[in-house]
Write a protein of this length. Structure first.
Length: 295
């Protein structure tokens, strides 16, 4: 790759995106309240980054540049989904983002996606960037286009709000798979675990689409059949029907690690009684981090 003369080092954009992908997803997922939607936002942000890279000129802080693109893409997503809360005004508030104890730090880092979504966008972004991802105050200012006092104010308010929210009991009952969803997921899983991929192929539509996230996209039964053949050659998986973020999903466990959490998951979309879309996150295991799932 040709380096920029003004840049201190040449940037390998492909290597940079691959290295930053898990961290960027962590940010996007918490901004939009979903590990699944967060991956959609991330993919959009990566496309924008690649398109912008050629004309970006020297990039002194590549990670900060990527976070800024991801931040703006997440805001665009929230606007399109009509779920954006009012941004805090960037008022000049003389408030210090003081240090807090390790217990509160761990509580913030492990807060659920739904909890983060209850914060206004500016508070949410500042807390995620600094307390979850470890950015400096200056980096947070650059990503959000806020003054230092405004970031400090948003950070302080966000931390206090998260502390209050963490003390509240969960009100909503846990979601459950419907009988219909459990029945068809269970049939798919049973055939898959038995390596009866001919039966699986009979369940998929002729125009089935597969996204092997972070790896490949395949279209049509002939192409997607190769995907099942690849699974037949490995043995590090065991499928279980369940829920991810309240959506019917297939959780994938390592059969050699008893009691371990799922490694990743799959999503199926159905058209009538046929599988129309398969979304497999095997090559993007970072996505399940922080996800709410049930077996």
């Amino acid at each position: 790759m040709t380096s920029f003369q003004e840049a201190p080092v040449a940037i390998d954009i492909d290597a940079l995106l691959a290295a930053m992908r898990p961290k960027l997803h962590r940010y996007c997922a918490r901004m939009v309240g979903s590990v699944i939607d967060g991956e959609d936002v991330l993919q959009d942000a990566l496309i924008k980054a690649v398109e912008a890279f050629a004309s970006a000129g020297p990039i002194g802080n590549p990670e900060g540049w990527l976070f800024k693109i991801a931040h703006n893409t997440a805001l665009d997503f929230l606007r399109r989904r009509s779920r954006q809360e009012a941004l805090q005004s960037a008022e000049e508030v003389d408030m210090i983002a003081d240090q807090f104890d390790a217990v509160l730090s761990r509580q913030i880092a492990s807060a659920s996606l739904r909890t983060f979504m209850r914060l206004p966008v500016a508070q949410r972004s500042s807390v995620i960037l600094m307390d979850v991802l470890g950015c400096s105050l200056q980096e947070v200012c650059e990503v959000m286009d806020f003054s230092l006092p405004a970031v400090k104010a948003a950070l302080h308010r966000g931390r206090m709000q998260l502390r209050e929210l963490a003390a509240e009991p969960e009100e909503a009952p846990p979601p459950k798979l419907s009988d219909a969803d459990r029945q068809r997921l269970s049939a798919y899983v049973a055939h898959f675990n038995a390596r009866d991929f001919d039966a699986i192929r009979a369940m998929i539509a002729d125009d089935v689409r597969l996204e092997l996230v972070n790896k490949a996209r395949l279209n049509g039964k002939a192409e997607v059949s190769r995907y099942f053949g690849n699974y037949d050659m490995i043995s590090d998986w065991h499928l279980v029907p369940g829920l991810v973020e309240g959506r019917p999903a297939i959780l994938v466990f390592d059969p050699d690690l008893s009691g371990a959490p799922p490694k990743y998951f799959m999503l199926l979309n159905w058209s009538a009684d046929k599988v129309a879309i398969i979304r497999d996150f095997r090559h993007a295991p970072y996505i399940i981090e922080g996800a709410e799932y049930q077996v």
